[in-house]
Design a binder for this molecule. Structure first.
Ligand SMILES: C[S@@+](CC[C@H](N)C(=O)[O-])C[C@H]1O[C@@H](n2cnc3c(N)ncnc32)[C@H](O)[C@@H]1O
Length: 274
């Protein structure tokens, strides 16, 4: 087998602007994502790759009885999350720690549930991490994952600059040992990590002339998400500033196109430990 020459990294970076984007992303997608996430039977939940606490804020609001323990590998994210959630921390509802998900700083059988969102796409060892999450779940505990499947992205009218950028975005993520297609593999990974009762759901965002306002909002959100990768992509020389401008112009036109179509699917998986 040839040696893997890829080097780990994090596509989006940790700028203040990117941290703010994570809050607005979580709120924008809250409705569709959380309609199929039910943590009401848990007393405590481990959130892995909690970032700046954008999902944590939502979880605390939607499940007011729940105690959440969040970990993230980045000190910048944990600092931001601690400031954002200071009241909930003071109230004893949240605990946040900087930690790598391969070494979760909690004992065996500590949690009723675990959750990760837009996280496994950024890691080199998803099965190892799912095994480590299994270790800290109680027997009968459940893990929920919400992850990308970037092969599903479709736009009409045909948008070559955006597609070229998208290819570079996904290729770069692959080269830094992430996986932009991890959603499709969640079922296999959960089985490989020793879980049972594995179930997956495809969540699709399909906007056309039936919902022009939501379509425009989604394209606006998506543009910001794409641009969050621009500094890393420029630095790695995968794209040019000209391509970024072409993509922005394309998406600007698409937002106002009366016949535009936006389609994207992500995957939610849940599985149990026995
Ligand atoms: C796209 S953010 C998502 C944050 C949050 N789940 C959300 O939806 O807003 C991914 C996060 O995973 C974290 N991360 C990446 N690799 C990690 C690892 N091995 N262990 C823990 N956190 C990690 C990054 O620092 C980043 O904050």
């Amino acid at each position: 087998m040839t040696k893997d020459a890829r080097k780990p990294g994090y596509l989006h970076g940790y700028s203040a602007e990117e941290q703010e984007r994570l809050y607005s992303q979580a709120r924008f997608l809250e409705g569709p994502l959380y309609e199929t996430l039910d943590f009401s039977s848990f007393q405590n939940l481990l959130e892995v790759g909690a970032g700046v606490g954008a999902q944590t804020e939502i979880i605390l609001r939607r499940f007011p009885h729940l105690k959440v323990c969040g970990i993230d590998a980045s000190p910048q994210q944990v600092t931001r999350a601690k400031a954002h959630l200071k009241d909930a921390i003071a109230a004893g509802r949240v605990e946040l720690q900087q930690a790598d998900a391969l070494h979760i700083p909690y004992p065996d059988n500590a949690f009723d549930g675990a959750f990760c969102c837009w996280f496994l796409e950024h890691v080199a060892e998803p099965i190892g991490i799912l095994q480590e999450i299994r270790r800290v779940l109680k027997p009968g505990g459940t893990v929920h994952c919400n992850e990308v499947l970037n092969a599903t992205f479709f736009l009409h009218p045909y948008s070559p600059a955006t597609l070229q950028y998208w290819f570079a975005f996904n290729d770069h993520q692959w080269q830094i040992k992430g996986d932009p297609f991890v959603g499709a593999k969640l079922g296999n990974y959960l089985l490989a990590a020793g879980y049972q009762n594995v179930a997956t759901t495809v969540k699709s965002f399909h906007y056309d002339n039936r919902a022009p306002k939501q379509r425009a909002q989604m394209i606006e959100y998506w543009t910001r998400m794409l641009l969050s990768g621009t500094p890393s992509l420029l630095e790695s020389k995968r794209i040019t500033p000209e391509l970024v401008e072409e993509m922005k112009a394309e998406l600007g036109r698409l937002k106002n196109d009366p016949d535009a179509v936006f389609f994207y699917s992500c995957i939610q998986a849940r599985a149990q430990v026995f």
